[in-house]
Design a binder for this molecule. Structure first.
Ligand SMILES: NC(=O)N[C@@H](CC(=O)O)C(=O)O
Ligand SMILES: [Zn+2]
Length: 427
């Protein structure tokens, strides 16, 4: 397969180049880049990218594929198709499945299924403890042998610090990152939304900032002591921003991510009773959101991830206290990032390419996330000027649970190319 992309705005974080030109790829590898390219042989496909960003294929470090066991919500194939439509060429699957991915066989199950069916790269993350019970360590080294890019107990925190530190030591020894969902399991105490005037008004149990902050602090301390690379998932509080900044000033191996819903919405936007505004961590206050925006602008946050968390309509029709936490994100992340961050001047298009591709690649030690001659042809083409209304019924994901249905946005994925093959093209 030979593909020529013409006249795009090529954004390459690895050498910070931002220039209009062509890219030519053959057999899954970028062969030529820049200027006007006239290939010797006729390409199989020519894509006009005039007025579009051409970025290294987006990488989402935080996706719930629900496979095995909860495939009525999502499976490897539907999740990967949604990813391709959302501009992602690599996604990392969290291990809170049924059963939990806590041993090599289960990692291999996902990797084999993805290799066979998925249009994009799927990397399975391993759990920290067996069955995510927080009692004994999972077979971390076995899973590393099977190719996990990271370990995570996402969905909860490992509350036993001694056990967690042992896991961090193993991660440090093998130089894989620990992805941390920061939530004190005792302090959360049945909370379902942010603790503030809205939770009090609606009589809903609240989640304080300290539920997140104490674990962020704890995990940074443990990363400092063990040397483990710590990646803080879905940061939502203003103090988490300050703590990551402090850790970076000390040159600790700490990175942080923010999800589009947390930089777009606050608890003021919640529609009472609408469980599509219920996710973990919860939508916080304007003060918190402003701190996240500052953290994104100043590169305190390295990553934008989706925390794509599909649930069924039936489950999401339950009450605010009973419905599960989580919203889908793979098919709205690009638009929300363009609309809320790039268009408003919070971050540049180059920073978008860094936070959605280059930095995630570096965190997992991948050579992707760059547009260089000789690198794998994982490429995302985005029209930043295209305006449209988000329609959850058009999602390829099985999950339609989003608070952004009907929202007017800018920024459309025109095409996603993975290993030199067009895996999605907008028609
Ligand atoms: N974020 C969520 O609200 N839910 C996630 C778990 C998680 O990422 O914490 C899920 O698995 O549904
Ligand atoms: Zn989480």
């Amino acid at each position: 397969m030979k593909i020529l992309i013409q006249k795009g705005r090529i954004l390459n974080p690895s050498d910070q180049t931002d220039e209009v030109g062509d890219i030519y790829m053959e057999d899954g590898v970028i062969k030529e880049k820049g200027g006007t390219i006239t290939p010797e042989e006729t390409p199989d496909k020519v894509i006009s990218a005039e007025g579009c960003y051409v970025m290294p294929g987006l990488i989402d470090l935080h996706v719930h594929l629900r496979d095995p066991g909860l495939t009525h919500k999502e499976d490897v194939l539907t999740g990967a198709r949604a990813a391709a439509r959302g501009g992602f060429t690599t996604i990392l699957a969290m291990p809170n499945t049924k059963p939990v991915i806590d041993c090599a066989d289960r990692v291999e199950y996902v990797h084999n299924k993805a290799r066979e069916l998925a249009p994009v790269h799927v990397l399975q993350i391993g759990a920290v403890t067996k069955q995510q019970k927080g009692e004994e360590l999972a077979d971390i080294e076995g899973m590393i042998q099977a190719g996990i890019p990271a370990i995570s107990e996402d969905g909860k925190s490992v509350m036993n610090m001694k056990l967690y530190r042992e896991a961090m030591e193993i991660a440090a020894k093998h130089d894989i990152p620990v992805f941390a969902h920061c939530e004190d399991q005792n302090m959360v105490n049945g909370g379902c939304v942010n603790e503030d005037e809205h939770s009090r008004e609606l009589g809903l149990p609240g989640i304080t900032n300290s539920v997140e902050d104490v674990i962020v602090a704890r995990d940074i301390v443990l990363a400092k002591e063990t040397g483990a690379r710590l990646h803080l998932c879905h940061c939502s509080t203003k103090d988490s921003v300050r703590m990551i900044q402090l850790a970076k000033e000390e040159n600790l191996p700490v990175t942080g991510e923010v999800c589009p819903h947390h930089f777009t919405l606050t608890s003021d936007d919640m529609v009472p009773g609408d469980t599509n505004y219920k996710m973990n961590p919860p939508l916080r206050t304007k003060e918190d959101k402003d701190a996240l925006l500052k953290g994104l602008k100043e590169d305190i946050f390295d990553v934008i991830s989706t925390d794509h968390a599909p649930h069924t309509r039936e489950e999401k029709q339950k009450t605010m206290t009973e419905a599960p936490f989580g919203i889908v994100g793979l098919e709205t992340a690009v638009a929300l990032t363009v609309t809320e961050l790039v268009d408003k001047g919070v971050i540049t298009p180059m920073q978008m390419a860094e936070k959605m591709s280059y930095n995630p690649a570096r965190i997992i030690g991948s050579d992707r996330g760059r547009l260089e001659v000789g690198s794998p042809a994982d490429i995302t083409i985005i029209d930043p000027e295209a305006e449209y209304v988000i329609d959850s019924m058009s999602f390829l994901s099985k999950g339609k649970n989003t608070p952004f249905d009907g929202r007017k946005v800018k920024g459309l994925v025109k095409a996603t190319i993975c290993d030199g093959k067009v895996v999605y093209q907008q028609d």
